[in-house]
Ligand binder design. Structure first.
Ligand code: C5P
Length: 313
C-alpha cells in the first residue's frame, strides 16, 4: 500500500454566463474553465483501519466533516466499504491557494482525494466515474478531477475539452480579509436579472452574451482575443457590493491588460503572455493600491488539474 502526494491546481474562469435559474436552486451556466499552476499539496496515507483524519496548515480551513476533502473521503468510504475498512485514510492539506477566493480551492482538494483514493485503494475507476462522484460533492469538482481548458455547461458538471492553452500567465489579486459567498452571489444575480416578472431585463440579459466567440478564440489560440472576450456575469452583482474589488479590477486595467473577477470572486485576474510582463503588472498594482491586505500571485496556465507528485511504499 502506497502513500501519495498530489498537487491540486486552482481554477479560473475565462467566461461565466448565467443562462437561467433552476428549480433545484442552482443555475444553468456556460463557463470556460482553466487550470493554473497555483496548487495545494494533498498527502494521503493509509491508516490501517476504518478512519478518516484530516489536517491543514491554514487556520481558516475546517479540519472536520465540513471540509469538502473530508466529504470526498467519506463518499469514497460509503461507495467502497471494503478497502475503507482495511486502509482508511489520513489527509494532510498544505494550502497555497487562497481561501474563499473564487479559485475552487476546496473543490480541487476534494478532486485530489477522489483521484488519490482511486490509486491508493486500487479501485481502477475511470475519469468519468470520478467526475460523477465529484458532481455529488460540488459543481466545480468534476472539472477539477481532469482540468486543463474546458467548456462547462449545466450546473458546471457537463464538460467538453477545448484546445489546451498553456502559454498564458495570470496575475491574481485578492484582499486577505475579503471573501464572497458563492450562494449569495448567485441568489443576488437571480433576484436582479432573472426575475421572470421583469421581462425586458430578462430579455436584455439573454441577448447580450455569446460564448461561441470565446470558444473560437481559444480554438485559434488568439491570446489577445481571449483577453478581449473575458466575461463573468457575477461581476454585475459582486463589483457594486465590493468597491475594493471594483477598484482592483480598474487598477489592473490601467496597466493595459485584460482583467476580470474569477468565479464569484473576490479574486481579480489579469492575463498576459510573459512572466516578465506579469511581474511588471504585479509590481505596479502593489504600488498603486499600497495596501498590505492585498495579496498578489503570478501563475501559469496548465494542462491538468491533479498531478501525482510522489508515491511512496
Ligand atoms: O455546487 P457548489 O456547492 O459549489 O455551489 C455553491 C453555491 O453556488 C450553491 O449553493 C448555489 O447557491 C450556487 N450555484 C448555483 N448554480 C451553479 C453553481 C453554484 O446557483 N451552477
Amino acid at each position: 500500500m502506497h502513500s501519495y502526494s498530489l498537487l491540486a491546481s486552482a481554477k479560473i474562469n475565462l467566461y461565466l454566463e448565467i443562462l437561467r435559474s433552476r428549480p433545484d436552486g442552482y443555475h444553468d451556466l456556460v463557463m470556460v474553465l482553466q487550470s493554473i499552476d497555483l496548487a495545494d499539496q494533498i498527502d494521503l496515507r493509509p491508516l490501517g483501519g476504518d478512519t478518516i483524519s484530516l489536517h491543514c496548515n491554514h487556520a481558516e480551513v475546517p479540519q472536520d466533516e465540513s471540509n469538502l476533502a473530508y466529504k470526498a473521503a467519506a463518499l469514497m468510504a460509503e461507495k467502497f466499504p471494503e478497502p475503507f475498512a482495511k486502509y482508511g485514510v489520513d489527509i494532510t492539506i498544505q494550502k497555497r491557494i487562497p481561501v474563499g477566493a473564487g479559485l475552487a480551492g476546496g473543490s480541487t482538494n476534494a478532486a485530489a482525494v477522489l483521484v488519490g483514493l482511486n490509486l491508493m485503494w486500487n479501485l481502477k475507476l475511470s475519469d468519468r466515474q470520478l467526475q460523477y462522484l465529484g458532481s455529488l460533492l460540488g459543481s466545480d469538482v468534476p472539472f477539477c478531477v481532469v482540468g486543463g481548458t474546458m467548456l462547462a455547461t449545466g450546473r458546471g458538471e457537463y464538460l467538453s475539452s477545448l484546445p489546451t492553452l498553456d502559454d498564458l500567465y495570470v496575475v491574481l489579486g485578492k484582499y486577505r480579509s475579503l471573501s464572497v459567498s458563492t450562494a449569495w452571489a448567485y441568489q443576488t444575480f437571480r433576484h436582479q436579472y432573472l426575475n421572470l416578472s421583469d421581462a425586458p431585463t430578462l430579455k436584455n440579459h439573454l441577448q447580450r452574451v455569446d460564448s461561441e466567440k470565446m470558444v473560437s478564440a481559444i480554438t485559434s489560440k488568439d491570446n489577445s482575443q481571449i483577453g478581449q472576450l473575458l466575461y463573468n456575469d457575477l461581476e454585475r452583482v459582486v463589483l457594486p457590493a465590493y468597491p475594493q474589488v471594483k477598484r482592483l479590477k480598474e487598477e489592473f486595467q490601467h496597466t493595459g491588460c485584460a482583467a476580470m473577477m474569477s468565479g464569484s470572486g473576490p479574486t481579480v485576474l489579469a492575463l498576459t503572455q510573459s512572466r516578465t510582463k506579469a511581474q511588471q503588472i504585479l509590481d505596479s498594482i502593489k504600488i498603486a493600491i499600497g495596501d498590505s491586505d492585498l495579496e498578489l500571485w503570478i501563475s501559469k496556465f496548465t494542462r491538468s488539474s491533479i498531478q501525482v507528485a510522489s508515491a511512496v511504499k
